[in-house]
Design a protein around this ligand. Structure first.
Ligand code: SAH
Length: 365
């Protein structure tokens, strides 16, 4: 019999599980709190449970299914965790410390089926979707490592679903993970502190528009016209820019007046970064009366990707053209490039210079 991964169970499901073991409902609450609020990683650490119950729990269930293989530390403080699932698939998570707040970037799939030409994850292909439990577990491990086991998560800490994979091709498990994480008796990370990024899975953008308690949305654009976007992001052939913009408009209409969603635009030297591209992008947003902000992300190079980042002067000129046409544009500073932890660099690789290898890191898992 396969054991149940308890980290992926909502409170009600955990109650059923506990009931099936013949135990009262308050035990489920204790376990939920143990996993998500105290962020304990083994039944034996739940010393508020009777010993025999802990034994029968571990016969039927597990708390942790991800094994930490390596932990890489960047010179800028960014940390990358490389896990293996129980069936030996790679999963990567990144912790990005910032002055005002920290960010945890999680993966939704092992590998990715989309074939964006500027992204290293694409080279893995899709290995499989991650379960809600595997998504939640990434965050628990990163929080424990950053702040200490069970230490309260700082208010400002945000989550972004921008790691490996296309979150909207794993929508059910993603949304389940988000529901589990918002529980006040658990991690208590509300959807308002989470941003999910999509390459443009139009039906799911529309579905999100009608979902009440939802994360923030970011859309990866990378090109202002279909000819170029078809080439850089082949998903565009299925849902071209006009369809994408129509879905974005529907999403925007569902926002509260002061809320914005985001476009991400990776800046590839000599490919999508000309003045003309900037004008096309601004015109596109204006034509659809979209008030989204645009994040310009200098390309993070990695062998064998065929691109270089646009020079900073170019990125700045691009930003100014957007601003001049009324779009709100921001330049993102790359983080963790030296350990292959930056956007689009997650491909289960070792770091070029391995700063810290696992032995000690295993203890935190
Ligand atoms: N599949 C989702 C989430 C993962 S990609 C999506 O496409 O949005 C997260 C972000 O990283 C996207 O905005 C993507 O455009 C960007 N990205 C991918 N490869 C990159 C690279 N090599 N350099 C900079 N940004 C990159």
């Amino acid at each position: 019999m396969q054991k149940t991964h308890l980290t992926g169970l909502a409170q009600a499901e955990l109650s059923e599980f506990v009931a099936s073991l013949g135990e009262p409902a308050y035990r489920a609450r204790q376990i939920f709190q143990g996993i998500h609020a105290r962020r304990l990683r083994a039944f034996d650490e739940m010393t508020d449970l009777p010993k025999e119950f802990r034994a029968s729990l571990s016969d039927r269930g597990v708390i942790s299914t991800l094994t930490l293989e390596s932990r890489y530390l960047s010179t800028d403080g960014t940390r990358r965790y490389l896990f293996k699932t129980h069936d030996h698939r790679p999963v990567e998570t990144v912790f990005i410390p910032e002055e005002r707040r920290d960010t945890i970037c999680f993966s939704s799939q092992s590998g990715c089926p989309l074939q964006c030409t500027f992204c290293l994850t694409a080279q893995l292909g899709l290995l499989r979707n991650l379960t809600a439990g595997e998504i939640v577990e990434q965050i628990i491990v990163a929080l424990n490592d950053a702040y200490g086991v069970g230490v309260k998560t700082p208010r400002g800490t945000n989550l972004v679903g921008m790691g490996a994979g296309e979150p909207f091709l794993n929508f059910e498990e993603l949304m389940k993970a988000i529901r589990i994480m918002k529980e006040p008796t658990g991690l208590h990370i509300v959807p308002n502190r989470i941003t999910v990024s999509t390459a443009g899975i139009v039906p799911r953008i529309r579905e999100l528009a009608s979902t009440p308690d939802r994360p923030h949305l970011a859309i990866s654009l990378a090109a202002p016209n279909d000819a170029l976007r078809d080439e850089l992001m082949p998903i565009n052939r299925k849902w071209p820019i006009e369809e994408l913009m129509a879905a974005c408009k529907e999403f925007e209409k569902s926002l509260k007046p002061n809320q914005r969603f985001t476009f991400e635009y990776v800046m590839l030297d000599g490919v999508n970064d000309s003045d003309e591209h900037a004008r096309q992008l601004a015109n596109l947003l204006n034509r659809h009366a979209l008030h989204a902000k645009v994040n310009l992300i200098p390309h993070n190079p990695a062998d064998p990707l065929p691109y270089q980042p646009s020079p900073m002067k170019r990125v700045e000129a691009f930003r100014q053209i957007l601003e001049g046409k009324g779009a709100h544009a921001f330049i993102r500073r790359p983080r963790g490039r030296d350990i292959l932890a930056a956007c689009g660099q997650l491909a289960a690789r070792g770091a070029p210079v391995q700063v810290e290898k696992t032995a000690s890191a295993h203890r935190i898992a």
